[in-house]
Each structure stands twice: as C-alpha cells, then as structure tokens.
Design a protein around this ligand. Sequence first.
Ligand code: AKG
Ligand code: FE2
Length: 433
Amino acid sequence: MHPEVKKIRSILEDVSFTSGSFKIKRERCLLYYRRSSEDSVARVINLAHPTGTELHSLAEACIPAPFGRNSEEVLDDNYRKALKLDTFLFATTLDLHMTEILDQIRVDLVEGHLSTENRIRPELYKLNIYGEGSFFKPHKDTPRSENMFGSLVIVFPTSHQGGGLALRSHGKEWIFDVSSLLANSTAEVPRIAYAAFYSDVEHEVLPVTSGSRVTLTYNLYREHDTHTQGTFIDTGNHITTSELKQSIAKLIADPSFLPRGGKLGFGLRHQYPLKANGGKFEVADVLDLLKGSDASLYGACDSLSLPVDVRISYMPKGDEKRRYLTDSEFYHFTLYDESLSLWMRQEGVESVKEQEDWHDSRIHNSTRIFWVTPRTELSRVTTPFAYYGNEPDLGFLYGDICLVVDLIREGSSGEESEEEEVAESSSESEGLY
Ligand SMILES: O=C(O)CCC(=O)C(=O)O
Ligand SMILES: [Fe+2]
C-alpha cells in the first residue's frame, strides 16, 4: 500500500465520542421537580449530595422509561430497565452553555475546521434514574431531525457502582466508566461526568450494581448561525485536517500513483440521517452535515482546491460485479428497460471500472477509481426502481455515499491498457476495491 494511503487511513481512524468530568458548583446541581402536571408545588433535590430519602422521592415522581422500537415506544424491562421524568416536570440549575462541555463537543465531534456558521444546540430530553439492577441494552438513539448529530449524557455524582456506558463503533469498544470518574466527587466539591457521541454509535448502559445513577440526556443539533460572519476557529481537529492535507498532497504529487489519472474515492465513516428511503434529498446536502473525520477529509480536499463531488456508489442487486457512480440528479429514477446497464449507459451514468467491468461491452463510460478509504455501508441509501423483466417488479439499488476527487494526470489519454487494470484490480489490499 502506498505509504500516504496508509497514513490517510490511520488519521481517519477517528473517535466517535468524547467524555470527561469536571468540578461544578453545588448550586448548579439543583433539580426542581413535580410529580405530575397537576402538581402546583415543586420539590427540590441537590444532586451533588442527595440523601437516600430525597432520591427515593425523586424516583417516585418518575415512571418506567420506554425505548423506541421501529416507530413505536415500547416498555420492556428485558431491554431497558430505568426510570424517566419528562422535561415538563422538572427544571435544572445546570446551564450547559456555562460549562466547557459544548466547546469540547465542538472540538472533538463536530468539524474538521469549525466555522462559526455552525452552532451546537443541546435540547434537554429526559431525566433518567438507573437504580440497582437497571440497564439499557445496546441501541442507537433515534435522530429526531436531519441536523441532529448526536446525544449527550450528564451523570450526577449520586453514589452508585456499575452503570458504565459502553460505546461501540467501527469494530471498537470504549467504556465510559462513570463511577470511577466521579469517585472523588464530594458534597463540598462535587463533580459531574459527561459523554457525547454520534447518533450512529451503538451504546449500552451496563447494569447498575448498587446505588442510583441519575442522568440528564440531551439531543445535540447543529444549527446554522445567521448572525456572525464565517471565520474559522482553530480546533484540535484542525490538526487532523492539516495532516490529511499534507498526505493527500503528497499522494497526488507522486507520479507513480495512478500514473494515468482516475478518481480518488473516499468512503464516509459516519451515518447521515438523509431522507433516503423514499424522500427527496440532494446528495450534495451531505456536505453541510459532515462530521468528525468526514468533515476533516472534506476540509483537507477543499483547502487543496481539489474539486470534491458527493456521489453515490451503487452496487445493483443481483448484479454484484458492477458499480456505478452517480450524482444527485440520479436519485429519482424509473427504469423502463429490461437491462439496468443499458439504461445507465443511455443516461450517461458513469460506471466505475472495477474487477470484471472492462470485459463488459455494454459499458462505455468507464473510469478507474482508487478507494483511498474503503466504501462503507454507514451512509447507505436504498433506491427503489421500477424494473421490467419477465414480469413487472420493483428492484432496489443499494448505494453508499462517498466523496470523489478527479485526479487528472498530464499526458493521460484516459484509456488504460488491460494489463495495468488486471494488475491493479487484483490487489484489493492496495485500496482498489
Ligand atoms: O445513561 C446513559 O449513559 C445513556 C442513556 C441512553 O442511552 C439513552 O437514554 O438513550
Ligand atoms: Fe441511548
């Protein structure tokens, strides 16, 4: 593998969550709550150092917490055993905007180069109590709109054991071990812990073995700032962007890399809640939603003035050997011909030359693509198309959103010799997928 490709891949092995703990003033841990909307008197509890009786009466105001299964709210204590209080029943003196949490999230999770055009809006979602024996089995949080990018959990220092939060993404696992992070919290100098993660990260609350784990959860939205001018702020991720920029620049400056030119493909590493299955969307809108390493990658290409296209790489069902790169205009389509390939050719859809494609005389418009980072199914879209074979049927195309950069080499005719194709395409580990 080309050393710069190796480097780019390792830079993009990114973290999908951020966590920490910090000291907080006691008066910022107050919670006012009532038992029902008819209640006209609120109680108060200080979550920095509550007594058992106070916690018990807070728990009495709560009800069992459901979870989402498909589009339904379900109560099932084999899957989630916890209590909840809805936001209309409580108020907290904790003001997130006065803590370092949102800044940390901006640095770690939001953007490669953070422009002030984007703001994070935390929306308080629930108060939860995980008492002894409580847990929440692995799940992903439901994105509530296209600009929701993640979730935030705040854990108060109420004494408890167990209740770690396990986060899993890209085959790795992290444990956010709250009870040890909060071990040195005292009534005089309380601490709170937090973890924020992307919506596509699977997570699980491990069983609480004693005590009560009290949390506030927030949905995190990215909002457009219409007030300030877009200047760039330096963040930790900026380092990633500049390292990537250097590696990509070296890669394309190396004449032995794709000597006849072609396309550089970058698979995305995060999910984006596009209205993909049925709704209309412009694929290019993804650019406004990019997060973490995907944003760094785009930022690096953009700062090298490389034209970046957002494309969908399709692998037609039952036609696995062939792949097509399409742009956003292609999204709504109906297929009236018996042959998908023929239709694609007529529409001028670009086919990517991979594996056996070059033997297929039906495909005229082929291009070689080098996957610098492999395609992933994380940003998969499913497109139905009307298919007329022996009988009318509905077919599906499965496509993965990716970023594509044209690499034009001087003196390249655009035609590759067959030998070269065979050599390149037989080496999957080299990045040609
Ligand atoms: O309490 C936690 O650490 C996570 C809770 C959670 O996953 C949820 O409320 O969806
Ligand atoms: Fe969750």
